[in-house]
Design a protein around this ligand. Sequence first.
Ligand code: XMP
Length: 513
Amino acid sequence: MIIIVDFGSQTTHLISRRLREISVDTKIVEPEEFFKETKDIKYEGIIFSGGPTSVYEDGAPTIDAKVFEVEKPILGICYGEQIIAHVLDGNVKPGKKKEYGPATLTILKESPLLSLSPATDHLPTEIAVWMNHGDELARIPTGFETIGITETIPYAVIADERRKIYGVQFHPEVVHTQFGLQILKNFASICGLDPKDQPISEEFVNKQIHDIKDSVGDAHVIGALSGGVDSSIACLMVHKAIGDQFTAIYIDSGLMRSGETEELKKVFKDNYHMNVKIIDAEDIFLKNLRDVTDPETKRKIIGKTFIDVLEEEAKKLDATFLVQGTIYPDVIESAGTKHAKNIKSHHNVGGLPEEMNVMLLEPIRNFYKDEVRAIGKILGLPKEITHRHPFPGPGLAIRTIGEVTKDKLEILRRADRIVQEEIHKSGIGDSLWQVFAIYTGIKTTGVRGDDRAYGDMIAIRAVESLDVMSAGFAKLPWELLEKISVRIVTEVTEVNRVVYDITNKPPGTIEWE
Ligand code: XMP
């Protein structure tokens, strides 16, 4: 086992998930609780996670220097590297440049941390790494040496090989870091563990289903089915576990994409014989969203309206449990752990009102999207479902900048349909995490025929990602973008300009709101 000390990074749980992939157990602890939480367990190494604060800020999380006396290998990631320097006799300062996204790491010296398996081979001298930091090391502690640099950071990887303490400024847990998993495997080997690849298996999924059956007993369960990958797979796991004891509720909020409700009916009711109850709630959602422009307020209102509608259904069906397709990145982005900062309130994490008399059942809460897809595949779901692009709970409302109205939604739906059709035809969809249109709320001047036109601007966002914590904008072929643009301005006459979003995450989130 490796202990992960959580300094509040968005990617703390991702470290744990990566270690799970290589058969290493983890336990995540708060820095203040380290000694209490670890005193009775056997573990082989410690990882300090990243974190959103500066080590020198008042109240920034830190750790007792005694942690360096337990004589276990330590790997500090980002803030974790800075904590090593700060707590020992190094120094941390604000960086000249804040770095978000890709950088090139130059490896200066051989180290077991930076080797390839078998351990005799070494990584290439230059590898692409993913950065997300404002501070950097100004001086390394006694006993350490620098083994990697980037163009802007002189201490991108530091090591005290004798004590087996390492610090990396970049994030090896993020898929955009080349050899990231290899570096974590190397650290596990340094700890004396034997890391082996272990993908999600049928046995694992059957155990999860069995656990659902056990925890539910004879109770009636309802589930919020949105048609997206997460809720579909969560609901299907429960359907497999308890069959007719389960009713899926699909709330048509009026914020869905074109044709979605019909498709969902076909797949789940007709193919899978799942009990699905479809509720038309467009009016109430649009009424509650009237005059609202602030993204967080929108999210909260939508979350609350979903819950109100569901609550009514739960009462009618006398349900004891409510299934939600919450996955791990939703939890972390809603600041579900102590030192994390809230990025966005995901509508399925905000929690249920105290008085709502149901218990939450979240079968995929601990998994990332690619793991959820692997579960779906094992459940025999067709690729059209397991590889559907994710669609956010608050739907088109967070892709409609400014006040959400029926008219704007309709324009967005028509533009988005064209995007989806063209992407489908091109066959490029599978390589993308998501692709969609945004109603930007900006009007610009154009010309149609001989007339001045003042019309809407639609943006297109297409991203590639594996784990959602980081994403790169997709370099779509110009011809494809042109086809989409021409079709939108021709077929959706309210629109006279189409732009393409070329921002990576971080710093840009995938959704615009
Ligand atoms: P961001 O915009 O935070 O999105 O980079 C990350 C992923 O999450 C989806 N998303 C949501 N999913 N409820 C959801 O179920 C939400 O409130 C929500 N907000 C964003 C987004 O589409 C992307 O895949």
